[in-house]
Structures are given as structure tokens and as C-alpha cells.
Ligand binder design. Sequence first.
Ligand code: ARG
Length: 246
Amino acid sequence: GASAAFSTASASDSVLNNILDRGAMKVCFDAGYMPFEMKAKNGDFIGFDIDLAKMMTKDMGVEFTPVNTAWDGIIPALLTDKCDVIMGGMTITPQRNLKVNFADPYVVIGQTILLNPKLEGKVNSYKDLNNGNYTVATKLGTTGEAAVKRLIGKANISLFETQADAVLEVANGKADAFVYDLPFNALYSSQNKGQVSHIETPFTYEPLGWAIRKNDPDFLNFLNNYLRQIKGDGRYERVYNKWFKS
Ligand code: ARG
């Protein structure tokens, strides 16, 4: 009837239905961001986000389809349907939130500094780096880039496509510091003792959330309830401890 012709939304609009019809959920992430997503030697993707995505797709009764995507193209990939959801340790920012919806935060992190060990004692916080004599490396398109520009604006900034290339600049002496998410920096410094020194106090506040396209309340509701369930029943904690407490 007339009312049906003018209705603009129905249950079938949700991407949840595409996922169920297809029998698979396509998940965007950007491997190399320890411990959330990494590429193992055998080519498999592993990590915190990967385990959570596998747990979720198993409960939905669908396959997990990994879509490894360069970070600076990851929101465009979501918006052009290359994936259904970004599970990539993405910081919920107002600028991103204008383009996508975020589920409730699943971790809260902040930016920290990996310092060239020769500057130990001289540089004790991000404020000490805010000086044209210093060069700070970080990853393109991340909140690390935003934090350096906003808070360490006087330093020279050196931007890289991958976190691996950016952090190497400190290890090889081309940069004085690397600014990035705390979990990555903590792991990197423990795996590369003596090459970098970690100033562990975070200097930004960053809730991380899974991102989906706008106008999909059914999928958002699913993700938020799923997160609450696994946080309450111990499964989240088990996966968290596996990747963060080693
Ligand atoms: N949290 C930071 C951001 O949102 C870095 C995330 C990088 N994630 C990745 N999978 N490479 O910008």
C-alpha cells in the first residue's frame, strides 16, 4: 500500500543481512599493528582483533574474511563496501566519526614515545621534543600524526606508510623519537631492547572502536551487545591476556 511505498527503512537494509546471505563477514584491518593484527610467517593473520573477529563470526555462523588494507585507505575501503567493518585498533575521533559510526570502545590507549637511547634523561616527555632540533617519526594518517602536529608542532615530522618503517628511523638514528599507540610501543621496545627507550606515560586519551558505515542501527546494536557479552563472560579477558600479557 501507500505507506509501504513511502517507508525508507526496513530490516533488510542492515549489512547484517548481506553478511548472513553471503555466509561471511569481511573485516578490514591493517596488519603490522602489534598486537592487534600481524601477518604470521605462514601468511595467516593473527592478533587481538583477528581473534575477536573470528570469535564473533563463529557465533554468527559465518566465515571470517580478512581484508588487509593500507591504513590511509581503510575508511574509503569501508565506505565503498570492500569490507563490512573495520576492526583495526582505530581511535574514535570526531573527524572520523563524521564519516563512520563506531561501536563502543573496546580498549583505551594513548600515544607514547620511543626515544633514541642517547636522548635518555634529556627528553622526558613529549614537551621536551617540541623543538626544531628534533625529528619525530610516525605513521601517516594515524592519531600519532595528529598528536605530533598538535602537541609537538615545532619538531620536524617524518611520516611513513608503515609503522615498521617509521620506528626503524629511531633504531637507525635518522629520527630522535617515534610516536605511536602504547601497546605497539610496549611490544616493540621489549622485542628490541637497547635500540629504543620507551617513555611509557601516554600523553593522549584514545578510545578504540570498530567502525561501520552509517545508518545501520541493527549492526551497531549487534556489535555493542556482542562486546558487552564477551566482556561479561570472560572471553574478552582471555583473548586480551593472550595478546597483551606476554
Ligand atoms: N589508533 C591509531 C589510529 O587510529 C593507529 C591505529 C593503527 N592501526 C592499524 N591497524 N595499523 O590512528
